[in-house]
Design a protein around this ligand. Structure first.
Ligand code: ADP
Length: 328
């Protein structure tokens, strides 16, 4: 399993840690011994197909459901011994959001401020500030039931921030959102992180994990199938290649003859060579081209994308795809 070289919070205690987390529902093992270590101030994505157990992990770590076993710590507090302290340190927004559709966005916020025992004046100040920050000022006096999906999610996050949590759980924050709202949500999440908040995110979207997360764990069959940075995960699976492009047909043909295992594209004068993209492999390739006396006009290294990783690790479970424009 790959490990991070820049394990950000090695000196400070992790924001979230789990050792041997287990959960069974009516004889069915949903989580079969999960270990997590999430450094303070980082974004962690738990990626998995539908039914993998992502929401169960979030519910357990946010004290809504108790684990059967596991040494669990959130915000430096032991989950079993001090769930109250954990609750005070975290914010949770999920698919089952706390937004009450019958009252206005502003009233939802003020209710939250009351729950956090803010004074009336402070509650109003925080509400106005957060509504402004999440572009909801104009809609503040309308019932939340009239809000679009994206606006409801933004209100949900704004409500979570009333308590100024240092750790936020976002359970599938962009599921069901259109691409524009999804990008807005990504911006919001990045902003939270730049404020130093730790974000625990679950997602079915590979691109989302790739865009946002410092580290990604793939949950499959009740276990963490792999964990690492997006780049580390991509290196697990084959599928990488080098693409060489030529403008001179003679050079193209010489290169195709000099290299073994090439896939030719005669029309584009391009060659594709399987490669993990390591320096050693690239040097060997360039040496062979040099010996043949040819020079490519363009060389690009392609690493496999998270799709390849996900399908390799989860046995090809179906996941919804995002439009390709979302891929970096
Ligand atoms: P995900 O969030 O990855 O889609 P969940 O954590 O919601 O997955 O569910 C994981 C598995 O646990 C599913 O098979 C689901 O049916 C089961 N499960 C979740 N909650 C309960 C519950 N309260 N009672 C029984 N089974 C449950």
């Amino acid at each position: 399993m790959p490990t991070s070289k820049n394990g950000g919070g090695r000196l400070s205690p992790p924001a979230i840690s789990a050792l041997g987390l287990r959960k069974t529902y009516g004889g069915k093992t949903v989580l079969d011994g999960i270990d997590l270590h999430i450094p303070d101030g980082s974004v962690f994505a738990l990626l998995g197909p539908n039914g993998a157990g992502k929401t169960t992990v979030v519910k357990i770590l946010s004290t809504l459901v108790t684990a059967d076993a596991g040494d669990l710590r959130v915000g430096g507090h032991d989950l079993a011994a001090d769930p109250q302290a954990v609750r005070a340190a975290i914010g949770v927004t999920g698919q089952f959001s706390a937004v009450d559709g019958l009252i206005t966005g502003e009233e939802n916020m003020l209710l939250m401020a009351d729950l956090h025992h803010l004074s009336r004046r402070e509650g109003r100040r925080v509400t106005a500030e957060l509504l402004e920050r999440f572009d909801l000022t104009e809609a503040a006096k309308k019932p939340a039931s009239t809000y679009s999906g994206g606006m409801k999610r933004r209100l949900d996050i704004a409500m979570t921030l009333v308590g100024d949590p240092r750790i936020i759980f976002l359970d599938e924050p962009t599921t069901g959102l259109d691409p524009r709202s999804r990008h807005t949500m990504w911006g919001i999440i990045r902003e939270l992180v730049s404020d130093g908040v730790t974000v625990f995110l679950t997602t079915q979207y590979l691109e989302e994990a790739d865009e946002l997360a410092d580290r990604i764990a793939v949950l499959n069959d009740g276990r963490i199938a792999a964990e690492g940075t997006a780049e580390e995960l991509k290196r697990i699976v084959p599928g990488g290649h080098v693409r060489l492009r030529f403008t001179d047909p003679a050079a193209y043909h010489s290169a195709a003859t000099a290299l073994r295992e090439v896939q030719r594209d005669d029309e584009a004068l391009a060659l594709q060579i399987p490669s993990g993209g390591s320096q050693r492999e690239l040097r060997a390739l360039l040496d062979r081209l040099d010996s043949a006396g040819v020079e490519a006009d363009d060389l690009t290294v392609h690493t496999p994308d998270l799709d390849d990783v996900f399908f390799a690790l989860t046995g090809g479970a179906a996941v919804p795809h995002q439009p390709k424009e979302a891929v970096r």
